[in-house]
Design a protein around this ligand. Sequence first.
Ligand code: ADP
Ligand code: K
Length: 446
Amino acid sequence: MIKYYNEAIETLDRERLRLLQQERLVKQVHILYEKVSFYRNMFDQAGISPAMIRTVEDLQLIPFTKKDALRDNYPFGLFTLPRSAVSRLHCSSGTTGKPIVVGYTQNDLDIFSEVIARSLVAAGCQPGMLMQNAYGYGLFTGGLGLHYGAEKMGMTVLPISGGGTEKQLMLMQDFQSDAICCTPSYALTLAEEIRKRGIDKSKLNLRYAVLGAEPWTDSIRTQVEEGLGVTATNIYGLSEIIGPGVSQEDYEEKGSGSYIWEDHFYPEIVDKDTGEVLPHGQQGVLVFTTLSKEAMPLLRYWTNDITSIYYDKSAKRSHIKMAPISGRADDMLIIRGVNLFATQVEAVLEHISELSANYQLVVTNSGLMDEVMVRVETEQVLYEALGRECGDALGHDKIKTAKQVLQKKIKDSIGLSMQIEITAPGLIPRSEGGKLNRLSDLRNKK
Ligand code: ADP
Ligand code: K
């Protein structure tokens, strides 16, 4: 059994880790100033020079790099090298029009595989295990990222990609997959299909699920772990920084946050309005500086993801941890003055056993004010039992009570009154292989 993929680095004492970060940072800042006109102009306009950046604290002198910079320099304008020196290109979806383009040298790809390999060991995987890779292959960084990282770590990879649930379940049984990686919403779909089809869970060999690419909470974790018979951990990342594997939760430290592989990615949490760096433990926008990337390094990249970072003294590794992402700053709803992420509602569902983790938020403003409706499904087994008991499961007292409890818990913990619609199982949209949008914003845009 291996406990670490790269023990020396993963447990490096923090002072030496800091020195390594600074050494890499200094080198990278010089390269960017020399090779990338976007950064040269940024430094010149801010009245700073590369020589002023000597420590990670000095990063605060540098303005943020936002997604616009990638759009404005589309497709290859942020590369430090000619396109011909780049080994691979990936794109992230981007909301409208042109995608965001990222490039990797062979060395960048090695780092990508290295951080994924570390992540998979942290997730509980071991060399020799079979990884069913149900992340999408293609321009998306998830499929190929996990693929090469799992191979490097010594796993057998099944490159099945996302979707095709029938085949996923067949090969999962026939090949006895030990682990699966996919989005949490797709893991939920698979768990549900296993139950629906009456697949005998003792015929499965799954032990670990490595889930990421979208926000999720323990409400989903509980259902996936039970439904697939796995230990499920969180993997986080974004194309601009490298892809998945920027951070990963340890399977024995579940719930305490995900390690950020700090020798390659330097994190800061900043106030979303003022940009001021916030102390450890405080929530804000996650900002990353890459430390070792060659083709497209980024300084203080504004991820738009909301979380906090902190050191966990009792942890196996010395690297800093981040809390689960609450959501993206641009997915945050402001309802009657209250900030709201879908994950806050999801977190409440965990404590109501009558309800499943299949939910959707519908926002409207047909009246004078914005209204949020939570549509959530009844838990399947209970639904069937209650249906047999009284004909209409949704009319059963247990469900009526669950609805009231949900309404009250949401009011108490979030501070908003929401309408609740409890539905029969199967009526809320499911992931068919990729990320799932749980928000339906029907407010008429002015
Ligand atoms: P795309 O934009 O095409 O979906 P990316 O993979 O680059 O491609 O998306 C990265 C974003 O996905 C992150 O900035 C974050 O918002 C979200 N994300 C990725 N992993 C997680 C995770 N484990 N938890 C929450 N959000 C995640
Ligand atoms: K629940």
